[in-house]
Design a protein around this ligand. Structure first.
Ligand code: GLY
Length: 284
């Protein structure tokens, strides 16, 4: 960000919006591959560690930047999360214009995936759902997608986490991702902030980012906290899902860990150059 006078909340929102707006990223915002019915349902959330204020949106349709709507849920509504039609109406009420996030290329790739799954666009909704369930469970598609997570600490000590995703391709309509769930894909406390990527079902089951923040509160470094949270999950799960976590503590130290796959995170302190870190995959 060129303007260094802005807050950590602005940094998280702007950083995530840059990825949401990139049509080449096929699992976040514009260009995300749609759900089993061809609808672009988008999820995002944000949390301020110092105050525990948070906001999230799940299954938001026809809107460009779910993270900006999640921020408004946090700042303006008496609630923590809005979903589906209610989230869309809230966005419209606040002046977010109607917008179709599913690009022609995302729709084309959706069609190819539907065909591979044995489905056809012309079949009824019920059949498409059934096909999607089969495809998701057979092919591990749930793991084959991404997320954008941004953590920021500003000069005033404000520490903020944010996450956004369109979810896995061919997900069932109404599927709620970890990226919209506080404690699963996004969490922050005065001790630090954390964001998750990977198979969101696991981040929800194990409240992974909440666990990372608790571990940082107990004095673990951000990397140790991410590794411990994932190892606790791997002790219970027989298969090793793709999950990766990033964390930032209140001293400005970043960290991260992954169970596998190709995963890197980037950090920048003040005017220092951006550093890329690629953690080695963990085992149980
Ligand atoms: N972690 C993003 C998702 O599961 O949708």
């Amino acid at each position: 960000m060129g303007d260094r006078s802005r807050s950590a909340v602005d940094a998280v929102e702007r950083g995530i919006m840059a990825v949401e707006d990139d049509p080449l990223v096929d699992s976040v915002g514009t260009g995300g591959i749609p759900n089993a019915e061809g609808v672009g349902e988008l999820d995002a959330s944000m949390m301020i560690g110092n105050t525990y204020r948070c906001g999230g949106v799940s299954c938001l349709t026809e809107t460009k930047n779910p993270i900006a709507v999640a921020r408004k849920v946090m700042e303006l509504s008496p609630h923590n999360m809005l979903c589906g039609e209610g989230a869309r109406k809230f966005a419209r009420a606040l002046g977010f214009p109607p917008y179709e996030p599913v690009t022609p290329e995302a729709k084309r790739r959706w069609g190819v995936l539907m065909q591979k799954a044995g489905g056809e666009e012309s079949k009824g909704a019920g059949e498409k759902w059934a096909q999607a369930i089969l495809m998701l469970s057979r092919s591990g598609q749930l793991g084959a997608h991404g997320t954008v997570g941004v953590l920021a600490l500003d000069a005033s000590g404000l520490i903020v986490a944010g996450t956004s995703t369109s979810g896995p391709p061919l997900r069932l309509p109404g599927r709620v991702s970890d990226s919209s769930v506080i404690g699963a894909g996004t969490y922050a406390t005065p001790a630090g902030a954390s964001s998750a990527t990977g198979e969101g079902e696991y981040a929800i089951k194990y409240n992974l980012t909440r666990r990372v923040c608790d571990l940082m509160g107990e004095g673990h470094s951000p990397t140790e906290a991410c590794e411990r949270a994932l190892k606790e999950m791997l002790k219970i799960e027989r298969k090793s899902p793709f999950m990766a976590l990033i964390a930032l503590n209140s001293a400005g130290t970043p960290g991260g860990a992954t169970t596998g796959g190709s995963f890197s995170y980037y950090y920048e302190r003040g005017s220092e150059r951006v550093v890329r870190v690629t953690p080695a995959p963990l085992s149980a």
